[in-house]
Design a protein around this ligand. Structure first.
Ligand code: NIG
Ligand code: FE
Length: 427
C-alpha cells in the first residue's frame, strides 16, 4: 500500500549532505553536498519519508493523496539550520558597551572592570522569570525566521544558584512551548562574579560541588561548558569542573583557545568533549589532538567580527588537519548580538575561506554532530525530522553571497509549516 504524505515540497533545488549521519564530515568530504534539481521531499508524521527527483518522489507519494503540497519553483530547499552555540537567555542589552569598544576599550578590560558579562549578570538576576521567558521567546522567533530550527542555549548569566536554575528552567519551558528544539547547557563558570572576585577557586568549588549536582539532579541541562580563558578560568580549573560534570553524566563542550592559546583544544581531546568552541588561538598540537579524538570544532566567526579582530579561527588549517568543523552564532548580548546563521555563513566564507558548501554543512550536518543529534536532524534524508527551509534563492551559493537580507521564504519544523512568506505562522 502506498503511504500517504502529509506534506510534499517540490523546489528548483534541494541541497543537503547525504550519508554523513554516523560521523561528521571532514577533509574534502566537508565540501560535498548533494544537489537535486527539480527535487521533492515527502514528509509524514513529522518525519521525512523520501527525498529525490520530483517525478520519483511523486510516484511513491502521489500528489493528489498528500494533505498539503508546496511548489517552490526557482527556490532552494536546505535542511533546517542548527545553531550549536548560543547564549539566548539574558536580561538587558549592551549597546553602550558596543560604543565603548568602538572607541578602543578591549572586551576583557570591560569585563575586568565589572562590565561586559557582569552587566548582563546584574540584569539577568534582576529580571523576573516570566519576563525572561518572554524576552527569550522573541529571540527564538527571530532565529526561526532566519531559518534556525534547533539551537543550543547556555546558562551563565546568573553565576549564582538561583539565577542559573532560573535560566535553565526558562530554556526547559521554551523547549516545550516553542516549535524549535533546544539543547540546554550549564555554563555556571562563565565569569567570576563580584562577590567571589578574589576567590576564583572558591567560586569554582561552589559551581562544581553545589550548583552542578543540583542541575544534574533536576535534569535541567545535558551539557556542561566553561569559559576557559586567560584571566577567567585556567586549564586546571576547567579540567576540574568538566571532569566533575562528566562524572555526573553531562556531555562536555566549552569555550576554548579564544583569546590566548591555553591548550583548551588539547583538554577537549583529553576529556573526549563533544565540541570545543571559538579556537582562534588553537595550536597545531591542539588541531591534531581534536582530529584524533573526533572533537568537533564549533567556530563562531561573528564574534571576532563584532570584536573587530583581524584574526579568525584558522579553519582551513583545521580542515586540512582532519578536524570536523561546525559553525554557530554565539548569539549573546555582548560579543555577538546576531541571531543570523546565514550571516555566520557569509563571515565563514569571507573571513575563514570556507566554501559555500562547507559553510552549509557547517550549519547543518556538522552542527548536528556538534550536538550529538545527527541521527535525527541535519540533513534531508528518510527517517530524519521534517525540518526544512525554503529559501528565496536560486541555489545554495546564493545564501552566503547575498548577505544582510533575510532570504527565508518558508520554514518547516517537524513537518509543520511554521514560517510562511517570511512571516511567523501563529498557533
Ligand atoms: O562566547 N566568551 C564568553 N562568552 C560569550 C560572551 C558573552 C558576553 O559577552 O555576554 C562568548 O563570546
Ligand atoms: Fe559563547
Amino acid at each position: 500500500m502506498v503511504e500517504r504524505a502529509d506534506l510534499i515540497i517540490s523546489a528548483g533545488k534541494i541541497v543537503t549532505s547525504t550519508g554523513a549521519s554516523q560521523s561528521p564530515l571532514t577533509g574534502r568530504d566537508f565540501g560535498r553536498v548533494t544537489v537535486i534539481n527539480d527535487g521533492a521531499v515527502a514528509i509524514a508524521s513529522g518525519k521525512i519519508l523520501a527525498m529525490g527527483k520530483r517525478d520519483e518522489v511523486e510516484k511513491l507519494y502521489p500528489l493528489e493523496q498528500a494533505r498539503r503540497v508546496i511548489d517552490a519553483p526557482g527556490k532552494t530547499v536546505t535542511p533546517g539550520f542548527i545553531d550549536p552555540h548560543t547564549h539566548t537567555v539574558f536580561g538587558g542589552s549592551r549597546e553602550d558597551e558596543f560604543a565603548l569598544r568602538i572607541s578602543g576599550v578591549p572586551y576583557l578590560e570591560i569585563l575586568q572592570k565589572g562590565g561586559g558579562i557582569l552587566d548582563t549578570v546584574r540584569a539577568t538576576r534582576a529580571m523576573p522569570y516570566q519576563d525572561l521567558l518572554e524576552k527569550s521567546r522573541r529571540h527564538l522567533d527571530r532565529m526561526l525566521l532566519g531559518g534556525t530550527t534547533t539551537a543550543e542555549i547556555k546558562s551563565g548569566y546568573g553565576l549564582d544558584l538561583e539565577t542559573e536554575i532560573k535560566m535553565l528552567q526558562v530554556i526547559k519551558q521554551l523547549d516545550k512551548e516553542h516549535v524549535m528544539d533546544l539543547e540546554p547547557t550549564f555554563l555556571g563558570a562563565h565569569a567570576i562574579p563580584r562577590e567571589y572576585r578574589d576567590r576564583p577557586d572558591d567560586f569554582l568549588d561552589f559551581m562544581a560541588e553545589e550548583v552542578l549536582p543540583r542541575v544534574a539532579q533536576a535534569e535541567l541541562a545535558k551539557n556542561c561548558d566553561i569559559f576557559c580563558e586567560e584571566g577567567i578560568f585556567n586549564i586546571e580549573q576547567s579540567r576540574r569542573l568538566l571532569q566533575k560534570a562528566q562524572e555526573l553524566g553531562f556531555d562536555i563542550r566549552f569555550h576554548a583557545d579564544e583569546m590566548v592559546s591555553l591548550g583548551g583544544a588539547q583538554l577537549a581531546a583529553e576529556l573526549g568533549a563533544r565540541s570545543a568552541d571559538h579556537l582562534l588561538k588553537i595550536s597545531r598540537e591542539g588541531m591534531q589532538a581534536m582530529a584524533e579524538k573526533g572533537v568537533v570544532a564549533t567556530l563562531l566567526p561573528a564574534t571576532p567580527f563584532t570584536l573587530m579582530k583581524d584574526e579568525y579561527a584558522p579553519a582551513r588549517e583545521m580542515i586540512e588537519a582532519g578536524v570536523a568543523v561546525a559553525l554557530a552564532s554565539d548569539f549573546n548580548p555582548g560579543s555577538c548580538p546576531t541571531h543570523s546563521l546565514p550571516l555566520v555563513m557569509t563571515l565563514a566564507c569571507l573571513q575563514m575561506k570556507l566554501t559555500p558548501e562547507e559553510a552549509l554543512n557547517g550549519v547543518t550536518i556538522n552542527a548536528a554532530h556538534s550536538l550529538g543529534k545527527a541521527g535525527e536532524m541535519g540533513s534531508i534524508e528518510a527517517g530524519k525530522r521534517g525540518d526544512l527551509v525554503i529559501w528565496d534563492a536560486p541555489n545554495h551559493r546564493f545564501l552566503p553571497y547575498h548577505y544582510g537580507t533575510n532570504l527565508v521564504d518558508t520554514v518547516v519544523k517537524n513537518g509543520r509549516v511554521v514560517v510562511q512568506k517570511g512571516k511567523l505562522k501563529e498557533g
